[in-house]
Design a protein around this ligand. Sequence first.
Ligand code: ADP
Ligand code: ADP
Length: 234
Amino acid sequence: AITLQLKGIHKAYNIGLPAETEVLHGLDLTIERGEFVALIGPSGSGKSTLLNLIGLLDKPTVGELLITGQPTTQLQDRELTLLRAKAIGFVFQFHNLLPEFTALENVMLPLLAARGRPDEAMRLRAAELIEQVGLTDVGKHMSNDLSGGQQQRVAIARALVMQPALVLADEPTGNLDTKAADNVFDLLRRVNEASDTSFLIVTHDPRLAQRCDRIIELVDGRIDSDKANRVSPP
Ligand code: ADP
Ligand code: ADP
């Protein structure tokens, strides 16, 4: 099964008439179910732009983008929001947790947004995720009171709570020290191995990229290389 497909994706930004700059120049890409992929490339090569398109936060100028087989460019905003909530989990460098809520409550948020009012099933689901990311002991702590690595684990649990087909991670370990970064990365790998979820991870860290199954390099808005990567066992 195919999780993500890009067909001839171009993206231009309007920087005021008559100028328009194209920053992505016809990308074709397929990510299969369960793939664990690194996206690398120099600053300004278009990684954030691409992630915004794949995350359905922005639309391509030309081309089609399919999520789990569904074409997306003709969808209305409301349909995009629903598809995004159902199919895509986001993990960012700065995790955007609500500081005055507990870890468990933060994980419940996407469920609440989708279903309205809290119920026991949601609490159980959130607790299950908190356990999966190794935070059972601190589930009831305010997210404010957790370490950077712990907060990133909460963000990962939150990204997974809707069982997305695809997790988009933008420098997910960018603000962590080496040890915490390794732990968070190990967690992403384990989640991937235990599920069908595909991961696309933007990273500047070559060491982390080398631990992905496939490395896509973007240069000047084009895919410069796209290679399978043999991950050496730890
Ligand atoms: P359910 O919980 O009802 O089994 P899933 O979330 O597993 O639903 O899947 C919903 C739909 O998305 C299914 O059609 C499934 O085949 C598809 N899907 C789920 N995960 C992926 C993935 N990683 N890649 C492609 N398709 C997926
Ligand atoms: P990366 O994430 O690889 O650093 P970006 O996607 O942020 O690359 O940027 C790619 C190019 O698009 C850069 O030249 C950047 O200046 C330009 N760009 C990004 N966002 C906008 C915007 N909102 N409006 C105009 N140009 C933009």
